[in-house]
Design a protein around this ligand. Sequence first.
Ligand code: APR
Length: 236
Amino acid sequence: MSTESTKEKIVIFTGAGISAESGLATFRDSNGLWNNYSLEEVATPSAWNRNPKLVLDFYNHRRKEVERASPNSAHESLVELEERYDVTVVTQNVDDLHERAGSSKVIHLHGEITKARSCIDGSILYDIGYEDIKMGDLCELRSQKRPHIVWFGEEILNYEISVQAIKEADKVMVIGTSLAVFPAASIVKKARYHAEKVLVTMELDKKPFGYRLIRARATAVVPCIVGKWIQGLVAI
Ligand code: APR
């Protein structure tokens, strides 16, 4: 029985594409969120200052969609890796599908929709599950609670620990991301030259150096890659 410290390390880096087959919209696909909403109106600090109720309504609606969604076989197969490997999931997603699938180490870069935060001190967090945040819901500092989401122009969360994790990884699998948003996207380039690196997505403008690209749906290929890694085989 190997201990965590002797197990090979795997980093799984995910984006909205891994949750697409759970029914949650991505951002930049043809039917993506940013084709139906103006991100300047719902996902920036100025949007919050201008119309906090519109922003709350947007995230309350997305939170209810997350509640109705379930992890898919891609989320679930990743958990099987934990028997043999020390697995860290680094996700751009704000949903809780990795946690609900059973992944034990999940690092969120862009926040978590099941949490609220104080507007005055962003380190003051509140677990709200799938409950709405309403105008008038105040934090302990008597300011309006806001979604615990990193908006455009705000500081990413957990960047350093995510970079450290991928630098130590023996294997990296990137799933369902356009790699369009920085600095999150830059993390995948910090993987070691000799690490096995696989990227599963449907559309991608530019493949990061050293990654084997598989253009396919996550549920179609992630369980297969997991199966190969569990047998100690190379993914492709
Ligand atoms: N299986 C695998 N990949 C898929 C699937 C699927 N079923 N469906 C879509 N994809 C791929 C798309 O081809 C695309 O490359 O997932 C990617 C989704 O890209 P985006 O919509 O840009 O989402 P993401 O990369 O997670 O966006 C990053 O941008 O708006 C911000 O904060 C937001 O965290 C988000 C960040």
